[in-house]
Design a protein around this ligand. Structure first.
Ligand SMILES: NC(=O)C1=CN([C@@H]2O[C@H](COP(=O)(O)OP(=O)(O)OC[C@H]3O[C@@H](n4cnc5c(N)ncnc54)[C@H](OP(=O)(O)O)[C@@H]3O)[C@@H](O)[C@H]2O)C=CC1
Ligand SMILES: O=C(O)CCC(=O)C(=O)O
Ligand SMILES: [Mg+2]
Length: 734
């Protein structure tokens, strides 16, 4: 569609499983919305779409795409924004390279990804690709703070239908390991700027001064942090943990966020790959470099580079044999934790392991206790404390557990997740200084070559907005409300200076507690174990971690979360679920035509989006549609219409049929809008009468491989054929 007229509701075009699901769900949404004169249009923020948009100038006319992400970035700063945001790929280097390859094979004349750019032209190409890499979408769209919680119906369903949880025993050898010194946590310094400032970041060495970055501007009141991770301390820590894992007889695993922490964490990941194969790097380092090995890209890419060097391969085998067993991503295919930096992402991986009773999958295809290595100690205590809690108290009971809601400081690239332009791998020993335009040296650190230095910041307006949201939410619920802030951590101490006066001015200090992450974890687990509820008011990283951790324990998955971003300029951004884009689900669809993606997150977001439209534009028909979406979502839960995991059982497409049917039935039954009732009564009838035929046609589609015409870029017609296989349903929806 044309990008000049903004639809009433923007539904994002994304990647992988949620994009497959959209091929079935979006036509239903558009059909229902049209009945109320509401337009629902797409904007392409997929990895493939973003690559094509970035290189459009160099592509054939009919291949070009507009920069939808940039347009959405503008839209979310306006009161008109009403965006349903599905999860998209935050690409690691191997994923980006794979997407470029697929597009090249499809005839797009894209430049190869330059691993080691030398010429200016290569550097320019690399710079473009770097802007697409990692978490490049969410920070642009998140012009507001985050409010994530389970809708009451979803929580009730989970309590009435508790999922299976792995048993925790007191003698479990599973534990969390993190650095006790030399990490980001221990080196952090922080200050709040009393006036607007522009900063430069320089590295002073024996050879003179290098400017790492200049022209970084901050409004008055910004909290500016600086910290670094010592490469030497990291290497010593990793080597020691590999040895300890072997002694303890557990699996070695590394958990970080190479996608969102797109500059720092791939480097840390590379250190782990090197530590794992240290004897091989010691012996063959030069030859491996010659072969183009880049440890940051993972063991998978490394093996690809050295596969024709038998002496290196033999030494890798010998090294592996001497190492403890590794936690596996896919033991059948020999994909280890260290193969691809984006395969193990801490927010999803740690909760899954904890839900399983502290077990990870080993190379033998069996579950084992695991050493969970989380190098930086800023947030690792959350997982450490959770594990200790379950060892002492046994697993959580989802039938009786209360809930942990989250309010996260996220707007305007707050905190670590916005730190990429000011993160550097230090080339040479010296002093990094952050110098303001009036000459003040705000922060200074002595560093060694290889250290990872970064500065993160949080602006005043988002901080104030976050505290106000917390006050509103606490008032609305009466729940125990905890700011997860550590008075002994530099950054958190600055935030506490903001939080306390705002609470005081509102006369609500007695309604809030402030606790360091470890203590807050314990308090929250104690609260929900008693069946009571609590609000976790956190910074951006804990927002991300906790909105997977608690839902995965309470509801089995974070896919069912309601995830609202109240944009600071008045618009609404409705994220679907809190989890990822589920690459495993795509594999399953491609191999056996079964899609187990659960669209409950989309249903929840859709209801909110319609209701927001009603409030925003006084559109009462939108309210009727929104209320009916809620009834339909309830229907899906009450009648267990969510997708099953196994081929041959109802899948994502069946759940969409039921969603359409319950939605139409709710519209037909309501009396707020007679026109809508009259319009949807015949559809409700047709959907009910067609049940046997429709579910039969959907079932018949499953069981053999499905071709959607691509992975990163599907063929629209093929995708529609796969995802809309019921002629009877299509005839009703149109
Ligand atoms: N908001 C965003 O844009 C986000 C994007 N991502 C991106 O997603 C990709 C993969 O991330 P990763 O963290 O590994 O997570 P995954 O997408 O692999 O999700 C982890 C697991 O959670 C379950 N799951 C998540 N969502 C659903 C759903 N709607 N229905 C059913 N099950 C669900 C699946 O479990 P099972 O397989 O057992 O069914 C899945 O394997 C990365 O590119 C990452 O950057 C990640 C988080 C958020
Ligand atoms: O942007 C991303 O890469 C992932 C976002 C995420 O995990 C979250 O917000 O929960
Ligand atoms: Mg997350």
């Amino acid at each position: 569609m044309s990008n000049t007229d903004t639809p009433d509701i923007v539904y994002t075009k994304v990647d992988e499983a949620p994009e497959l699901a959209s091929a079935s769900l979006l036509p239903i949404i558009q059909r229902f919305a049209a009945a109320a004169g509401i337009t629902v249009g797409t904007r392409d923020i997929s990895l493939a779409g973003r690559i094509i948009a970035a290189f459009s100038d160099e592509l054939a006319e009919d291949q070009r795409l507009s920069d939808d992400l940039a347009a959405l970035g503008e839209l979310v700063k306006t009161p008109d924004a009403n965006v349903i945001k599905l999860p998209n790929i935050s690409a690691s280097e191997p994923q980006l390279v794979a997407a470029v390859k697929e597009l090249q094979d499809k005839g797009f004349a894209l430049p190869d990804y330059p691993y080691e750019p030398k010429t200016d032209a290569e550097k320019a190409v690399r710079a473009k690709y770097d802007t697409i890499k990692g978490s490049a979408v969410n920070p642009v769209l998140r012009e507001g703070n985050s409010d994530r919680r389970a809708a009451a119906a979803v929580k009730n369903y989970a309590q009435n239908n508790p999922h299976r949880m792995g048993d925790w025993t007191a003698d479990s050898k599973t534990r969390v390991a993190s650095m006790q010194d030399g990490d980001f946590f221990s080196n952090e310094v922080s200050a709040t700027l009393d006036k607007e400032a522009t900063a430069k970041i320089v590295l002073e060495t024996a050879d003179g001064e290098t400017v790492l970055k200049e022209g970084v501007t901050y409004p008055a009141g910004t909290v500016v942090d600086a910290t670094f991770m010592s490469a030497a301390a990291l290497d010593a820590f990793l080597a020691e943990e590999i040895e300890k894992t072997k002694d303890e007889g557990t699996l070695f695993s590394l958990h970080m966020k190479a996608t969102m922490m797109k500059v720092s964490d791939p480097i840390i990941f590379g250190h782990a790959v090197k530590a794992w194969l240290q004897p091989v790097f010691d012996k063959h380092g030069d030859k491996m470099k010659e072969l183009g090995v880049n440890p940051n890209a993972g063991l998978g890419a490394l093996l690809e580079r050295v596969k024709d060097a038998p002496e290196i391969m033999a030494d890798i085998e010998a090294c592996r044999a001497a190492r403890p067993p590794m936690y596996m991503v896919d033991s059948d295919r020999d994909i280890t934790n260290l193969h691809v930096p984006s395969d193990v992402i801490i927010d999803a991986s740690m909760p899954a392991l904890i839900r399983a009773g502290g077990k990870g999958w080993g190379p033998d295809g069996k579950e084992h206790d695991t050493n969970c290595v989380i190098p930086d100690n800023s947030y690792a205590p959350v997982y450490d404390e959770t594990i200790k809690f379950f060892k002492a108290n046994g697993k959580l009971n989802p039938a009786t557990a209360g809930t942990v809601q989250n309010l996260g400081l996220m707007a305007q690239k707050a905190e670590e997740y916005g730190s990429h332009p000011t993160t550097f791998e230090i080339p040479q020993a010296g002093t990094v200084k952050m110098i303001l335009d009036d000459g003040t040296v705000l922060h200074s650190h002595a560093v060694q070559a290889g250290d990872i230095w970064r500065s993160a910041s949080a602006r005043k307006a988002p901080i104030e907005d976050w505290v106000k949201l917390a006050i509103d939410r606490q008032k609305a619920t009466g729940y125990r409300a905890i700011f997860w802030l550590d008075a002994n951590r530099a950054h958190d101490a600055q935030l506490i200076e903001y939080v306390k006066p705002i609470l005081q001015a509102a006369g609500v200090e007695d309604k809030f507690e402030i606790m360091a992450p470890r203590e807050a974890t314990r308090a929250s687990l104690e609260t929900i174990t008693k069946g009571e509820n609590t609000i976790a008011i956190t910074g951006n990283v804990l927002r991300d971690y906790l909105t997977d951790l608690f839902p995965i324990l309470e509801l089995a998955t974070s896919a069912k979360m309601l995830s609202i971003v109240k944009l600071m300029n008045g618009g609404g951004l409705f994220e679907t679920g809190a989890g990822g884009s589920a690459p495993k689900h795509v594999q399953q669809l491609h191999s056996e035509n079964h899609l187990r993606w659960d669209s409950l997150g989309e249903f929840c977001a859709l209801g909110e989006s319609f209701k927001f439209l009603a409030d925003q534009k006084g559109n009462e028909k939108a309210r009727v549609l929104g209320n009916a979406v809620e009834a339909a979502t309830q229907g899906i839960l009450d009648h267990d219409r969510s997708p099953s995991r196994k081929v041959g059982e109802p899948d994502n497409r069946d759940s969409h049929y039921w969603f359409a049917r319950y939605w139409a039935e709710a519209l037909a039954a309501q009396s707020d809008d007679a026109e809508l009732a009259a319009e949807f009564a015949p559809m409700a009838k047709a959907l009910a009468e067609g049940e046997a035929q429709i579910t039969g046609e959907l079932a018949a589609a499953q069981g053999s491989p499905a071709d959607t015409g691509g992975y990163f870029m599907n063929d629209d017609a093929k995708l529609a054929a796969v995802m809309r296989p019921s002629p009877a349903l299509n005839a009703i929806i149109g």
